[in-house]
Design a protein around this ligand. Structure first.
Ligand SMILES: Nc1ncnc2c1ncn2[C@@H]1O[C@H](COP(=O)(O)OP(=O)(O)O)[C@@H](O)[C@H]1O
Ligand SMILES: Nc1ccn([C@@H]2O[C@H](COP(=O)(O)O)[C@@H](O)[C@H]2O)c(=O)n1
Ligand SMILES: [Mg+2]
Length: 482
């Protein structure tokens, strides 16, 4: 073998080819290979976990009910406002009121708008069913002054991850709001307050006079509340006293939805996998770094921002001790002390892109390196390692921006464990993770933590993460010019 091919430079060069964030393992996609033996995963086991990009994930449904003017619509509007996320849509049961016939319109004061028959529940069910199966729907627009639906316009509601279903009788039909798989909330406001609000709303917004509101209330609204709304209280997962005034309850629901939105199925299976909470900023940065037209300068800038977030999040999983300090006002502040025994380990080469962020967060942190060659020795060769001598006493932040097959990660983790690092003292930090990689690492090392900023769809036949962002190290270090 010529000399240069044995040196570290050659090895570094060879390792900097197309990066699969892991090793090509022969037979990875063969159903005959043993997943345990190779650390790889067979397509059969993938299929239970990994979503087919064309397959549709069932949305999470939140039902919100309560008496008239208890604040249902206000609460739901506040939740939608706070979330500001197109993955959450609101469907109001009111939109599905049946339009009155000319005969019913003449005798409107005798019409019971609070009875289940006043709604076209089958149409509402159909609409929710379509949304659940990933289709967009046209929701009618109902006019409370004319008691009719618009014949010209409708509201388009797109398929989403969370559907909020709101209305006085959404729990009356078990197939709707109070379905066991749904999250059920009930707004509960004082009856006098509700009546006062109803009078004001119906006279100001719905073209009624006070007498007709009071008459309708006594004849239909109150009895129907007792017959149909109150019994559904037993289905409620949460009750929201004071409706829209209850900011704490609204915040909790918003948080719950955030958790649902951020929780990939894999996080439910592997509780040690943490995906940092998605925001428009984070999605915007991902959009930029995944765009093949991005300039190198922007790629590095936005990758660095994302890396910093992942590093900070990862540090949040370290153990801490309580610490008290005296503030300049002579008061005691009870806080925490950072974990001191730390070290970073980058998987060369792309992992090195994460070192600066780690140094910026942890002053003077030691950083070791592991280089794994994806060819040779059946794609599993450990080529180079330089780790602090006392690594077994440290918590390790393992750095690699893209987790693909998980094979090089497993190799690196194996080495750390051989050096005496307890598995539970390793936090593996990524920007983008493939489900296959997560499964491969988590199955073998269940007590290690993975912190990532996004979980992608899958690996393709070439073991590249899809949609992914190509060869991270080449983009970051500018070696993708040719
Ligand atoms: N916290 C509140 N303070 C004052 N007015 C409110 C409050 N919450 C709701 N309202 C008003 O009371 C009326 C009924 O509220 P709404 O949210 O439409 O209730 P629902 O959908 O349960 O009938 C509306 O006119 C609304 O603007
Ligand atoms: N044409 C209609 C239709 C419905 N109502 C009343 O609306 C109430 C439901 O809406 P909330 O936002 O108050 O839950 C219900 O109590 C109906 O009496 C109506 O007055 N006219
Ligand atoms: Mg309402």
């Amino acid at each position: 073998m010529p000399e240069e091919t044995t040196g570290i430079d050659y090895v570094m060069e060879a390792a900097s080819g197309p990066h699969f964030s892991g090793l090509r393992v022969d037979g990875l996609l063969s159903t005959t290979s043993s997943p345990r033996a190779s650390g790889a995963v067979t397509p059969t086991s993938f299929s239970t976990l990994i979503s087919d990009p064309t397959a549709h994930k069932q949305p999470f449904v939140i039902g919100v009910s309560g008496g008239t003017a208890s604040g249902k619509t206000t609460v739901c509007d506040m939740i939608i406002q706070q979330l500001h996320d197109q993955r959450v849509v609101l469907v109001n049961q009111d939109s599905f009121y049946r339009g009155l016939t000319p005969e019913e319109s003449k005798r409107v004061h005798e019409y019971n708008f609070d009875h289940p028959d006043a709604f076209d529940t089958e149409q509402l069910l159909e609409c929710v069913g379509e949304l659940k199966s990933g289709k967009s729907v046209h929701v009618p627009i109902y006019d409370f002054k004319t008691h009719q639906r618009s014949s010209e316009s409708f509201r388009q509601v797109n398929a989403s991850d969370v559907i909020i279903l709101e209305g006085i009788l959404v729990f009356h039909d078990q197939r709707l709001g109070a379905n066991p798989g749904h999250f059920v909330a009930l707004t509960d406001s004082d009856a006098d307050v509700r009546l006062a609000r109803r009078i004001r709303r119906d006279t100001v917004e719905r073209g009624r006079d006070i007498n007709s509101v009071l008459e309708q209330y006594a004849k239909f609204v109150k009895p129907a509340f007792e017959d149909f709304v109150l019994p559904s209280k037993k289905y409620a997962d949460v009750i929201i006293p004071r409706g829209g005034d209850n900011h704490v309850a609204i915040d909790l629901i918003v948080q719950h939805i955030h958790t649902k939105l951020g929780q990939h199925n894999l996080c439910k299976i592997y509780p040690n996998v943490y995906v940092i909470q998605s925001t428009f900023q984070i999605r915007g940065m991902h959009t930029l770094i995944r765009d093949r037209e991005i300039s190198k300068h922007d790629f590095v800038f936005y990758s660095d921002r994302l890396i910093r977030l992942v590093v900070e999040h990862g540090l949040g999983h370290l153990p801490f001790t309580e610490k008290q300090v005296i503030t300049p006002t002579d008061s005691v502040y009870t806080g925490v002390d950072f974990c001191k025994k730390l070290c970073g380990v980058s998987i060369v080469r792309s992992g090195e892109s994460m070192e600066n962020a780690l140094r910026a967060c942890c002053k003077g942190i030691k950083i070791g390196k592991i280089l794994i060659h994806r060819d040779g020795d059946n794609g599993k060769q450990l080529i180079y390692e330089k780790l602090p001598k006392d690594i077994s006493e440290r918590h390790v932040l393992l750095l690699d921006p893209v987790l693909a097959t998980g094979n090089s990660a497993n190799q690196a983790i194996e080495l750390l464990i051989q050096k005496g690092v307890p598995e539970s003292h390793i936090i593996f930090l990524n920007l983008i993770s493939a489900p296959e990689g997560i499964q491969c690492v988590c199955k073998r090392f269940p007590s290690l933590k993975i912190v990532t900023s996004e979980i992608d769809v899958a690996l393709n036949e070439e073991f590249r993460v899809i949609p992914g962002m190509g060869e991270f190290g080449d983009h970051y270090f500018g070696t993708d010019d040719d």
